[in-house]
Design a binder for this molecule. Structure first.
Ligand SMILES: Cc1ncc(COP(=O)(O)O)c(C=O)c1O
Length: 401
């Protein structure tokens, strides 16, 4: 197919649910993508938070190749070796409990929402979530999402969600009542503009949940698997949640999601209560095992921490040169650059010059490179970003035609 034919096919046959950039990628390796014309791009937002281990990591490829020759899918009314190994590994990496496998972040959150309903035994059902959160597009996850723009047009949404400001423990305390079953937050809001939960806030949430007998659910769909410099973001806070939801980075590029609930409550989910046909199939579970091995063998957690500091320093240095940069914030390699102007122009200039980043909430550039990116690659990307900022900074272009 030619480029023109691909665009025409999309026009005719694919829903325009996304604003697509005019690139057709045909190859990916680590942090580099190649398009149909052979042009190379540095990808600092690989797979929208999916490809933490970079594109086509050899360990993921080897795992997939090995499994694809044996067995791709078996439904969940049978046992599977890879699913068993993966569940054991996730529990080892997070906390004791049981795992439910699904196919995406939204589904992992749906599982957590349903779990909370079971926990509340029909008497308590409300879940407190936060403003600017993002939990997915399915009806339950959408209702949990604290951003009206995603909900518009889809009313009535499932009831039972209360939204309060992020990082505000008093707001949470005031929202708790006799109907409350759980509190659900992202440790670092991604879509919401890279807002990092404070340590005292997270600790206070844990205490509040213990005091009032509530579930603490952390949506680690975007923050999981080394993104913030630890395997899971909750590990920065010295607390353990009751439930974490995962997806994105888990499968090394293949679609898999999971909900892990702690041992104390794991008995609540019994046969027939929840399920999904594809969840944790031999192929995706093997890919996930490959991705976890890659994170460990390539020391990606350390890299995420060290390069996160490096990148933040470089971006802060840029901030001192460009007043349009209001703030640089983040954790590990999950970094937001808040601007005083709309970020679209900078984002588009970067793209034209071979750099992929993301822009969220209009003014926040979201930078989430693969955890095995090199300093040299980051320097190259920073160079392109700086030129794009220069080009789009109104104060630097006064008087230019
Ligand atoms: C924190 C968070 N939760 C849930 C989701 C939904 O995940 P998915 O798109 O796999 O359904 C996302 C997706 O961006 C996310 O960032």
């Amino acid at each position: 197919m030619t480029k023109k034919e691909v665009f025409e096919c999309y026009d005719q046959y694919v829903f325009p649910t996304y604003t697509r950039l005019p690139a057709i990628f045909v190859k990916g390796k680590g942090s580099v993508l190649t398009d149909i014309d052979g042009k190379k791009y540095m990808d600092l937002f690989p797979g929208w938070g999916v490809s933490n281990v970079g594109h086509c990591h050899p360990k993921v490829m080897a795992a997939v190749r090995d499994q694809i020759n044996k067995l791709i899918h078996i439904p969940n009314n049978f046992f599977g070796i890879n699913q068993a190994r993966l569940a054991r590994e996730l529990v080892r990496l997070a906390f004791p409990g049981k795992v439910f496998f699904c196919n995406s972040g939204a589904e992992a959150n749906e599982a957590a929402i349903k779990f909370s309903r079971l926990f509340g035994k029909g008497e308590r059902f409300e879940i407190i979530t936060t403003l600017n959160s993002f939990h997915g597009r399915t009806m339950g996850a959408l209702s949990a999402t604290g951003q009206e723009k995603y909900q518009r047009g889809f009313a009535p949404l499932p009831a039972g969600f209360v939204t309060v400001p992020f990082n505000d423990i008093n707001a949470v305390r005031s929202a708790v009542n006799e109907r409350t079953a759980a509190i659900m937050i992202e440790p670092v809001q991604g879509e919401g503009g890279i807002n990092v939960a404070d340590v005292p806030y997270m600790k206070a949430l844990r205490e509040l949940c213990d005091e009032r007998g509530l579930l603490l659910i952390l949506d680690e769909v975007q923050t999981g698997f080394g993104r913030t410099g630890k395997m899971f973001a909750f590990q920065h806070y010295g607390i353990e949640p009751d439930i974490i939801t995962m997806a994105k980075g888990l499968g090394g590029g293949l679609p898999i999601g999971a909900m892990l609930a702690c041992s104390k409550h794991a008995h609540l989910l019994q046969p027939g209560m929840h399920g999904t046909t594809f969840g944790g199939s031999p192929l995706v579970a093997k890919a996930a095992l490959g991705a976890l091995e890659a994170i460990a063998k390539d020391k990606m957690l350390k890299n995420s921490r060290v390069l996160g500091v490096y990148l933040t320093e470089k971006l802060n240095a840029m901030k001192s040169r460009f007043p349009i940069i209001k703030e640089v914030r983040g954790l590990g390699l999950m970094i937001g650059v808040e601007l005083t102007i709309e970020g679209k122009g900078i984002f588009e200039t970067c793209f034209q010059n071979g750099l992929i980043i993301n822009c969220t909430q209009g003014k926040v550039l979201r930078i989430m490179p693969a955890l095995n990116i090199t300093r040299k690659q980051l320097d190259k990307a920073l160079d392109i970003l700086e030129k794009a900022i220069l080009k789009n900074d109104p104060s630097k272009n006064r008087g230019s035609a």
